[in-house]
Each structure stands twice: as C-alpha cells, then as structure tokens.
Design a protein around this ligand. Structure first.
Ligand SMILES: [Zn+2]
Length: 388
C-alpha cells in the first residue's frame, strides 16, 4: 500500500511537469532523481536525452529492458478538460491529466514496480534496464538512438494495454508523391501540364491497389492525407504538386515494398509531359540535449507469434499476480516496440491504462490499475526472466 501511494504521488508530480517532444529536460531530471532515490545501481542520460536506469541482477537470467517515453502530445484547449491537464489531480479513484495514460502512468509503474523487491533487499535474476526515451510522439527519435547502444534481448513496452499483454501492431509509412508538370495561365489549360490530373488518377487508383494481407493483423491499408501545389494563385495551373499517403504496413512488408507499389500506380497514372517520383520523407529532429537525428517517416510493424515461449511465460507469470490470466492482443497504433523488434529484440507489451483515453481530454488512469501494474512489472522483472 505504501508503495502504491508513493507511485501515485510520483505520477502526480510527473503530470505537473509538461514534457512536449523536444522539451523533456525537466521531466528527465525528475525521472532520473526518482531512480536514484529508489536505489538503482546506475542512472544515466545518453546523448539524445534518454534516461536509463539499471538494477544489476544475479547473472542467472537474460537482461530485460522496461521501456516507456518521456514526451506527450499537446493538451489543446485546457478549458475542454474536466480537471486541469497539468495538475495531476486525484478524483473518483483516478489520476487525471495529460500523460496519465500515455505515458506517465505506465512510466511511474515501471520505475516503482521493478524496484519493489529490490528495495526489500532482493536482486533480480538478470539485469533490469528501465528506459524512458525522448520524442516517441514525433518519429521515435529516442528509441532509434537507444537501440544503437543498448540491446537487452527482451523488452517490455509499457504503452497502455489495460494490463493486458500485447504482441505487436501494424507499421506506418508516409509516402510523398511528387509530380512535375508545366505551369500555364488557367485560361489556357491546353498550354500546361496539370500535375493535379496525375494526382487525381493516383487517388482514384488507390482503392484498386492490391494490398498485402496478414492472417492475424489483417490487410495493410493506404489513405491519401495531404495535398499541396507550388501555387497560391487560383488562376494559375501549378507546375508541381505533392500528395502524402499514410500507408499502414503488415509484418514482412517494408517501407520500400510500399513505396514501390505506389510508384507503380503513379507510373500508370502519368499524363503526357508529366514526371513523378515517390519517396519516404526524412525529417531532422533535435532533442532537448541538442542532439540531431534524421528520421525517415517509417515505423516498422512487428508481431510475436501467439505461442512464442516468452509470451506464454509472461502470461503465466502475470496470471500469478493479477486476478486472471491477461488477454493477449495487438495494439491499434504503432509503438517504439517496432524499432526494437527490427533490431532483433523480443518485444512484449504490458501497461496500465485505457488506450482509448490516450490523446483525449478525458485522459486519466485508475489507481487500482496502477496497483495491478506494479505487481505485474515486479513479476516480469523477478520471475519472467527465469523462464527466458
Ligand atoms: Zn505512448
């Protein structure tokens, strides 16, 4: 009970420290201070600003990384919230505010949960790393950098799952179609080559594109989302136009696979005198430490088989500390787990909080759910590794 109250107080404090992507410095310092207070063997921050805490194990089992992120999405209009978004107030058995579910609730539960037995004088069987990364909400900068220097074989991603197990999700790729035509006075369309005609053909052809299908995650999908031209005048035929498509990939489908499929449609959609290319855009992000990272707009899908031994063992271990064996499902959204899985790490998901409340003005987490997550994380740190 004392552990739970101290975890809740920590979560309330975290919500009171805003941490938009690129501005996580103050929160990172608070998180690192908590790890030190709890007696973690080592606590450090890498050059991207990711906070990493280590509890050394007894060398009897593989290392496990518990992972969440430091940033959150914007609060929007604070007046639309039932309680102030950065107050961390407690009402109706819940803690309210931006980040309560995504992801400060799971973050607080991981940091406190894996340290519970340790504070009682017992070391975990294997090394435990707790990592809180930067800029998950904008391209996964922190996770992409983290796996370059820290690669424990097993990962528990704490994105909200209502304390159920998660074993994967579809991926996401942004594709930009760039069409070059020829500009002309709009009163004489025959003198120009209108790139929007090509984009009209592309958009009309999207629904007929053959999509890959995954037996468990269903088909990949594509949706046109943004369109722009090089023109601001309504009476000029543009010379160039851009169309962004959001493509959700299934495991085994790479960003390049998606790009090639769209390029083939674009080639078939050309009109005389126009040329076009399809690319995955890259954006440069700078973290609060001044670290710059070029990030392609591509987040890999991943899926662990339902009978994977690590997943089966996690379910059994969690069944021992939760009221029932947790359901095993997939996430609707993409997570940093895709970046870890792509590097060959085995990734499972387990986190408190209702994912349906993430990114909404109703964001709040039940204290009761935090309590179960604390027990769950302790079991995943102390029992699960013995079965890996
Ligand atoms: Zn998240």
């Amino acid at each position: 009970m004392r552990d739970l109250e101290s975890c809740v107080r920590f979560l309330q404090e975290l919500i009171r420290v805003p941490s938009l992507p690129g501005d996580e410095g103050a929160l990172a310092a608070r998180v690192a201070a908590e790890m030190r207070r709890l007696g973690y063997d080592e606590v450090w921050t890498d050059e991207a600003g990711n906070v990493i805490g280590l509890i050394r194990g007894r060398g009897l089992a593989p290392a496990v990384m518990f992972n969440t992120h430091l940033d959150h999405v914007d609060v929007g209009d604070p007046k639309a919230w039932p309680y102030p978004p950065h107050a961390g107030e407690r009402h109706e058995g819940r803690v309210w505010g931006r980040g309560a579910v995504d992801i400060k609730g799971p973050l607080a539960a991981q940091i406190h949960g894996v340290a519970a037995h340790f504070r009682g004088g017992e070391r975990p069987p294997g090394d435990i790393f707790v990592t809180c990364v930067v800029q998950e909400e904008v391209g996964g900068v922190g996770a992409r950098h983290l796996v370059r220097h820290l690669r424990p074989p097993y990962v528990v991603v704490g994105e909200p799952s209502s304390n159920g197990l998660r074993r994967g999700h579809r991926g996401r790729v942004e594709l930009v179609v760039h069409v070059k035509g020829r500009s002309a006075h709009a009163s004489a369309p025959e003198r120009g080559v209108n790139p929007l005609r090509v984009l009209a053909n592309v958009i009309a052809g999207l629904d007929a594109l053959p999509m890959r299908r995954h037996p468990e995650l269903g088909p990949s999908s594509v949706a046109p989302t943004l369109i722009r031209t090089d023109q601001r005048s309504a009476n000029v035929i543009p010379g160039e136009a851009w169309l962004t498509c959001d493509w959700r990939t299934v495991p085994g489908e790479s960003a390049e696979d998606a790009r090639r499929a769209l390029q083939a449609l674009v080639n078939r959609s050309l009109v005389e005198g126009a040329t076009a290319s399809v690319t995955v855009p890259t954006t440069t992000y700078t973290s609060y430490t001044g670290f710059s990272f070029d990030v392609p707009a591509s987040h890999p899908a991943y899926l662990l088989p339902e009978d994977h031994p690590a997943l089966v063992a996690a379910r059994r271990v969690l069944a021992g500390v939760l009221p029932a064996a947790p359901p095993v499902e997939t996430w609707r959204f993409a997570t940093d787990g895709g970046h870890f899985a792509q590097e060959g790490l085995t990734v499972i998901g387990f986190g408190p909080g209702d994912e349906g409340l993430a990114h909404t003005v109703q964001e709040s987490i039940a204290v009761e759910e935090l309590e179960k997550a604390l027990a769950g994380y302790a079991a995943l740190a102390y029992e699960w590794p013995m079965h890996l």
